[in-house]
Design a protein. Structure first.
Lengths: 109, 363
């Protein structure tokens, strides 16, 4: 917990969308994967993960369906919609522009 | 387009709110189970594993609330809840509810009635050709306190000849005569009119024809045009009614036409006859006397009249109280204010009568 970085809402959305690209995933799986890939830097609290998932669903970027998890339990799976994929592209481009700008300022200043 | 989809999603979420709550519970439970399992694999005992899982998760209700917020149903749900609460409170005090409803009903009803009058009288023109340019000529003697003196036949003639802004001036007055020959003797309200009365109003008979100029000459044969209602009720809607003869005022009258169903204006007349057929009007005392005023005159004033002026006359004629009367508007406005005030004050008084302690306790 002490290592975790507070994520902006928009950034969390971006991460979720990206993590869903390989395929559908349930909420717990998402949080684990993000933690893994970021090498433990980012730990998404449940307080932000599930509201984010509901928000993305309401906006139509992802859609949910109930299915069976790896160990046979009933779980709610999320997957990207076509609009979601487009959104991911634009948001990734924005993020790259933003972080490049921040890096430049940090270098120069 | 997306807005529509989102709105649909929200409404769907609202409708399925209990189902979605259950789903959220399931999802949270799944997460906790997986987390607990992970903790067990890391070496914690089963109870410790579950506890840790719950701790890491945080407040379940808080998360669920945040989810509900995110799915945008909060506003709607709150509104629906408030609605239920309001209805419940009303049900608990029916007497009070009745008073408020009655007050509102009275106010709304009064204003609706008023608007209906205004609407039909002011806003909808008469269903006659160029109804907006139809004028009623009236003579008034305000000094003598007389608003409607009427006109004598000679005066109508004057108007007809001298008023350049009036296209057609026709006479009208109404008397009750007795009609013989249609079963029992019937009292008929008769409109006595100039020959071009129907033309000026733009009314075409559905059977037969209207009057001709020669029928208004003294000594002409007496003819009748029947109203639609009279034709249906007393002539049995006879398609061959034209040509039937009746006896009125010791003269034989022949039916020459039947009118379409129209609001009967200016009066509710059963039949119409030309001016010369009216025994009263034909008396020399009336026909030649400028002072003998029993007539209304109708004129078609093309391009000379605004709709409002016409409406005032017509309104005055029909109802005796002009709806543009300032008093009416002020009165109606005051009534609305009073009603609104009552509808607000009564509940407010009730609310202040509740002891705050009791109010809080019952929450």
């Amino acid at each position: 917990m002490s290592n975790s970085v507070d994520l902006l809402q928009g950034t969390l959305d971006l991460l979720i969308l990206r993590t869903l690209v390989p395929g559908a995933q349930h909420g717990w799986g998402l949080s684990q994967r993000i933690q893994q890939v970021s090498e433990d830097v980012l730990r998404v609290g449940q307080g932000s993960l599930y509201p984010a998932l509901h928000r993305l669903e309401e906006q139509g970027w992802i859609k949910a369906s109930w299915g069976e998890s790896e160990n046979g339990r009933r779980a709610k799976f999320y997957e990207l919609t076509r609009a979601g994929r487009k959104r991911l592209e634009t948001e990734t481009a924005n993020w790259e522009r933003l972080s490049a700008a921040v890096a430049r300022i940090l270098e120069v200043a | 387009m997306r807005l529509l989809a989102r709105l649909r999603a929200r409404l769907g979420a609202l409708a399925h709110a209990p189902e979605r709550d259950r789903q959220m519970d399931d999802e949270v439970r799944f997460h906790l189970e997986m987390e607990a399992e992970k903790n067990r694999r890391l070496g914690h005992g089963p109870e410790e594993a579950q506890r840790q899982a719950r701790v890491r998760f945080g407040g379940v209700d808080g998360v669920k609330e945040a989810c509900r917020d995110a799915s945008g149903v909060r506003l709607l749900q709150d509104f629906v809840q408030d609605l239920h609460y309001g209805l419940r409170s009303l049900r608990r005090s029916p007497g009070f509810a009745a008073v408020v409803v009655a007050t509102l009903g009275l106010g709304i009803g009064a204003n609706t009635a008023m608007f209906s009058v205004v609407n039909t009288v002011l806003l909808r023109p008469l269903p006659y050709r160029e109804g907006e340019s139809l004028m009623v000529l009236r003579q008034a003697a305000p000094g003598a306190g007389e608003e409607d003196l009427g006109l004598s036949p000679l005066e109508v003639q004057d108007f007809r000849e001298q008023a350049r802004s009036l296209d057609g001036v026709v006479e009208y007055h109404s008397m009750a005569f007795t009609l013989l020959g249609a079963g029992e003797p019937t009292r008929v309200q008769t409109g006595v009119v100039s020959w071009n009365f129907f033309e000026v109003l733009g009314v075409e008979p559905v059977l037969g024809r209207g009057f001709r100029p020669e029928e208004e000459r003294p000594g002409a044969e007496a003819v009748l045009v029947a109203s639609h209602e009279f034709w249906q009720q007393h002539l049995g809607a006879d398609p061959g009614a034209v040509g039937r003869r009746f006896n009125m005022n010791d003269r034989v009258h022949t039916v020459i036409g039947v009118l379409p169903p129209l609001p009967r204006y200016p009066g509710e007349d059963d039949v119409y006859m030309p001016t010369v057929a009216c025994p009263f009007r034909s008396r020399p005392r009336v026909a030649e006397n400028r002072e003998s005023r029993m007539l209304q005159a109708l004129g078609l004033g093309l391009g000379a009249v605004t709709a409002l002026a016409l409406a005032r006359l017509v309104a005055g004629l029909l109802f005796g109280v002009a709806p543009t009367d300032a008093l009416c508007f002020v009165g109606s406005g005051l009534l609305l204010v009073l009603v609104a005030a009552l509808a607000c004050v009564l509940p407010a008084r009730r609310a202040t009568a509740i002891d705050p302690q009791i109010a809080l306790r019952s929450l």
